[in-house]
Design a protein around this ligand. Structure first.
Ligand SMILES: *[C@@H]1O[C@H](CO)[C@@H](O)[C@H](O)[C@H]1NC(C)=O
Ligand SMILES: *[C@@H]1O[C@H](CO)[C@@H](O)[C@H](O)[C@H]1NC(C)=O
Ligand SMILES: *[C@@H]1O[C@H](CO)[C@@H](O)[C@H](O)[C@H]1NC(C)=O
Length: 487
């Protein structure tokens, strides 16, 4: 049984096709409806998730109508307008760094797969989802050297179980400035707003400058990956040599060409920036300059990450569950899966257009094989799994019904405008056995443990909470897979 489970997620992988046919047949009887996936359907509502997570004054064209205005006085005490942005997950705090990553990854998806997203009719929705984030960050950047990095705090928020529309918890805002430094995001407009310069000049760790974030989003990798990540994005956005030079000159000191990664996340961004840097080599101008050697070192590290996802390194690979899902850690593992699927998908396109293969210890991998593996991971999310659980909410029939999500688990404001207090939410809603009244469509939940076990229980936040920084990467990957079906 275990041997069979090991490869179920990989049934779409051509490479393994001959081993898997027998498995497929033996499983068809058990899982008749789970073996074909509708990427278009999965994609079609994917941006709704971001509407569910909106904070602020909701616009007239809000499609997720069970939500209502919230957080309308955010920033008021501090004399700044911090209304808007996104709640990060199942609570009502606005955490700057994960939010920035969410917006950057959604933007990257649109940059790579804009045509496919447009083909599926989701382009405007995607831009709106990005703008909801960037509008907020522009407001939060009130001075060249001030960025408001958080509203609310985990401790007081988690003490209550309340709809965002009812919040009575602290909405204290926290800023980073010269004394509490740390830049907060990659800006795509490159308009010289000074945020990168501020972050570079006043260096500091996210959870040391914004101390209240420590118990919730401690930064393991520090700020050096973000400085490289931001420099590379600014280079792509502006074409200004200075940014590239920064990423080349600091590549060694900041770990860009020394860290061999096995994960890519809102915190640990090395694998992502290594992929971005290595793809610059397709352009002639980067192969000529003094940049070539350093970019090749970046590429070697990018290859390490990708090969280790593909289980093609001789000594160090990303672990997998018995069913074949990439497994990094038990708390919200799906974020690592969707982020890996994104980098693998983008890199497979890069290999195809540049006519290359990925060089791993255990052989070279062509673009088709790399994409097939990314697809297998998406298929796992969509229910190609030993337990046939669907981890994308609102897709198919057997998705989780008891997400760890405050707004989702309480009757909506639309249904019940009466105030629901801090602990009343726990008493009347959190501890119920019944399914959540509101479905958080297209949220990706935390997912199963290493044994593929998943328990659909609201208290089980490691598995049933979704976060914005998982679904965000899936948008691009789904549009790529959907685009292939259309061809
Ligand atoms: C495989 O992993 C080891 C250990 O991290 C590393 O030294 C080696 O370079 C990797 N091989 C490739 C091809 O990335
Ligand atoms: C894989 O899992 C083992 C056992 O839990 C752990 O020791 C190891 O560090 C993991 N490998 C990676 C690359 O995460
Ligand atoms: C990886 O392992 C295989 C089989 O043991 C061996 O033939 C190959 O040379 C190794 N590759 C590297 C780069 O170490």
């Amino acid at each position: 049984m275990e041997e069979k489970r090991q490869h179920l997620c990989l049934t779409q992988n051509k490479f393994l096709h001959h081993w898997c046919c027998t498995l497929l047949i033996s499983f068809l009887a058990i899982l008749p409806s789970t073996l074909s996936f509708n990427y278009g359907k999965a994609l079609s509502k994917s941006l709704l998730y971001f509407e569910s997570q909106r904070s602020g004054r909701l616009p007239y064209n809000q499609r997720v109508t069970w939500r209502h205005h919230s957080g309308l006085s955010d920033g008021l005490e501090q004399g700044v307008d911090l209304v808007g942005g996104y709640y990060d997950a199942g609570d009502n705090v606005k955490f700057g760094l994960p939010m920035a990553f969410t917006i950057t990854m959604l933007s990257w998806g649109v940059i790579e797969y804009g045509d496919e997203i447009a083909g599926a009719g989701e382009y405007t929705h995607a831009l709106e989802a990005i703008k909801w984030g960037t509008d907020y960050f522009i407001k939060a950047h009130t001075h060249p050297n001030i960025l408001w990095a958080q509203v609310g705090d985990g401790d007081s928020d988690h003490y209550c179980w309340q709809r965002p529309e009812d919040m009575t918890t602290s909405r204290q805002a926290y800023k980073i400035d010269e004394r509490n430094p740390r830049f907060g995001r990659s800006r795509r407009d490159g308009s010289g707003n000074g945020l990168f310069e501020f972050g570079d000049k006043y260096r500091g760790k996210y959870d040391e400058s914004v101390r209240v974030v420590k118990g919730y989003y401690p930064s393991v990798s520090g700020f050096k990956d973000e400085l490289l990540w931001e420099a590379l994005w600014l280079y792509k956005a502006t074409d200004k040599e200075d940014y590239l030079r920064y990423a080349l000159q600091n590549a060694n000191e900041f770990g860009g060409i020394t860290w061999s990664m096995n994960e890519f996340s809102w915190d640990v961004k090395f694998a992502g920036l290594q992929v971005i840097a290595s793809m610059l080599l397709v352009e002639e101008k980067h192969r000529k300059m003094e940049s070539k050697l350093v970019l090749e070192q970046y590429r070697s590290k990018a290859e390490h990450y990708l090969c280790s996802c593909l289980n093609k390194n001789n000594t160090s690979n990303v672990n997998r569950t018995l069913g074949g899902l990439l497994y990094v850690r038990q708390w919200n593992n799906m974020q690592y899966v969707s982020n890996a699927a994104f980098l693998l998908t983008v890199y497979s396109d890069h290999l195809r257009v540049s006519n290359q293969r990925l060089r791993c210890d255990r052989g070279k991998m062509g673009p088709e094989e790399v994409l097939a593996f990314a697809k297998s991971q998406v298929d796992c999310i969509l229910g190609a799994y030993p337990m046939a659980t669907i981890y994308l909410v609102g897709y198919g029939a057997s998705y989780p019904q008891r997400m760890h999500h405050r707004g989702g688990s309480i009757d909506s404001y639309r249904v019940n405008e009466g105030f629901i207090g801090c602990t009343q939410g726990y008493d009347d809603w959190f501890h119920r056995k019944e399914p959540n009244p509101n479905v958080i469509i297209r949220a990706v939940v935390g997912g199963p443990d290493q044994m593929d076990e998943f328990s659909d229980d609201r208290k089980n936040f490691m598995q049933t909470e979704a976060c914005t920084y998982s679904t965000t990467s899936l948008v691009g990957v789904l549009s790529k897979l959907h685009g292939l079906e259309e061809d």
